[in-house]
Structure formats: C-alpha cells, structure tokens
Ligand binder design. Structure first.
Ligand code: A3P
Ligand code: MG
Length: 284
C-alpha cells in the first residue's frame, strides 16, 4: 500500500469524498428515525446518527490508511494527533439535522504539520459535495450508490465594493462577531449552519463568515482547506492561518474570519480570544 505522505493530495481528497458520501447515506437514512438527542458538556447536541456516521468513517479511513491517527468529534478523547492525522466531524450542524433544515455536513480533513492538505465537506441533504487537494472542486452527490461524481472547479469571488454577503450561524452568536461584521459594511446576512459556510464562500456565493464564539477544529479544518484552495483564506487574530492538532487546548479554535477575498482582511479587527461568557446559543 502506498504511504499516505507519497499520495497526491487530489487523490486523497477523492477518496475522502467516497467516504463522506457513504457516511452521508447513513445520515440520510437515519433522518427518518426518531433520534434521542444528548446535550454534551459544551452545550451542543449529539445523536446516534453522529456516532453511526463517525464509526463508519473511522472504519473506512483505517482500511485505506491503517495506523494514521483519527481525531473525530464523538471519540476525540480516545486518539492523539500526530504530525499527520485525520480530523473528522461526522455530522456538523447536529441541531439542523434534528430540526430538518438540511444544512448539515460531513467534514473530513487530512492534517499535516498542523495544516490541512486534503479535505471534503459534503452536504448530504442538499446533494452537494466540495473537495480540495491541490485545487478546490464541487460536485453533485449521485442518487445511486454506484454513481460517479462530475467535478468542476470552484473559485471565491473578488469582494464587491458594496453589498458584501455575510454568512452567520443560525444557532450561535456573540457581540464580538457582531462588532467585526459592523466594520465590514455588510449588505446581506444569510443564516447558514455547519461548514457549508466555508464552501459557499469558496463557490463565490458569499464573501465573509466571522466567528468569535467557540468552535472546534473539526468544524473548520476541512472548510478552511477548501476555501483556501479556492482562492480565499481563513485567518485568526493578526491575520495568521489557523493551525490544527491542539490536543492541549481540547481542539478549541480561537476567533477567525473566512474571507473570499484577502483584501477584506485589513478591515477586520478580530478579538484575540473567544469570550465564551458572551457566547449565545440561539436554540438547538
Ligand atoms: N460552546 C461551544 N463550544 C465548542 N463548540 C461549539 C460551541 N457551540 C457551538 N459549537 C460548534 O459550532 C458548531 C455548529 O456551528 P453552526 O452554528 O455554525 O452550525 C457545532 O458543531 P456540531 O453540530 O458538529 O457539534 C459545534 O462544534
Ligand atoms: Mg461540528
């Protein structure tokens, strides 16, 4: 078997897409079941569907790349990251999964030396899937389990002078995020859940996503890579890239902004850290 570090990032991304599509089929099937939700320590919900999809993804990653560590949302405490590891959110947007908006995603990223190098974000209920290895691509999820995906390139758009489109979480908000958005003169705000926000910016359908409230590394790594390869960027305070594999801080991200156009960066003033006390959950 070829070593992961010798494989082309585009080939890894295509393989991750297959795995995400399969996990998405599990999630779609389970949408019809009456799922009991449990509220985790961070206040976010989880269901049997999160775990079923995660176990499938872990099994498939282990088959293809045995021995490469996997840090996944529901079982994160059982694995330790390495210089190369997978970061998995089997069901990002569990609240939306439960409430039936369809805005949930499966996120898988391969992280090497603290940065993602190959990734997939799929939105099973919306039928769209994005991947990035070296380039960023979008496709339609086939109805048929054996169907092929036709991929096309995506690219973020140049920020318009006026009428910026901001994507905001449907369920979480905070004053610091609002303050950042107010310095950008936003024309339109669209509520969107999960890592789809990164992908819509990567596809040129929106311009910014600012998040000063808490998120986890598995919420952002895959979307970060897809947007970065589509010509955009994801930056933390001071304009630095986000880094991944921080077991010591429980995989919590700091504040960040996802931008389709890096020219917007100087207009942003992200706080240095998330103020969890002021973080509001709008309802799950
Ligand atoms: N207090 C908190 N601590 C850590 N992460 C949080 C959090 N509140 C929300 N999140 C993250 O925000 C994600 C949802 O983002 P959004 O509101 O943009 O859809 C959740 O994903 P999951 O649904 O995978 O748990 C969760 O990881
Ligand atoms: Mg998540």
């Amino acid at each position: 078997m070829m070593r992961l570090e010798d494989q082309n990032a585009d080939d890894v991304a295509l393989k991750l897409a297959q795995i995400a599509v399969e996990a998405g089929r599990v999630l779609r099937r389970m949408e019809c079941e009456a799922l009991e939700k449990h509220i985790k320590d961070d206040g976010t919900p989880t269901t049997a569907a999160d775990l079923a999809a995660e176990l499938l993804i872990i099994r498939r990653l282990n088959e293809d790349w045995p021995g490469v560590p996997i840090v996944a949302e529901e079982t994160a405490s059982t694995a330790a990251p390495n210089s190369e590891f997978f970061l998995v959110d089997p069901l990002d947007g569990t609240g939306d999964y439960i409430n039936g908006t369809g805005e949930y995603s499966v996120n898988i990223a391969l992280v090497r030396n603290h940065r993602p190098v190959a990734a997939v974000v799929s939105a099973p209920a919306l039928g769209s899937i994005w991947i990035a290895g070296n380039g960023a691509l979008v496709g339609a999820i086939p109805e048929d389990a054996d169907g092929d995906i036709t991929w096309r390139k995506v690219g973020a758009r140049v920020a318009p002078e006026q009428g910026l489109i901001a994507l905001v979480s449907r369920r979480h908000g905070d004053d610091a995020t609002e303050a950042c958005l107010s310095t950008l003169s936003i024309g339109t705000r669209r509520m969107t859940s999960s890592a789809l926000k990164f992908c819509l910016i990567a596809s040129g359908e929106a311009d910014v996503y600012v998040r000063c409230g808490p998120t986890m590394e598995w919420d952002t790594a895959a979307g970060d890579h897809i947007l970065s390869r589509a010509g955009g960027c994801v930056i933390g305070p001071g304009g630095s890239s986000l880094t991944y594999g921080h077991e010591d801080r429980g995989y919590l991200n700091g504040p960040f902004a996802a931008l389709g156009d890096i020219a917007l960066a100087p207009r942003l003033a992200l706080p240095v850290a998330c103020d969890t006390a002021k973080h509001v959950a709008f309802g799950r």
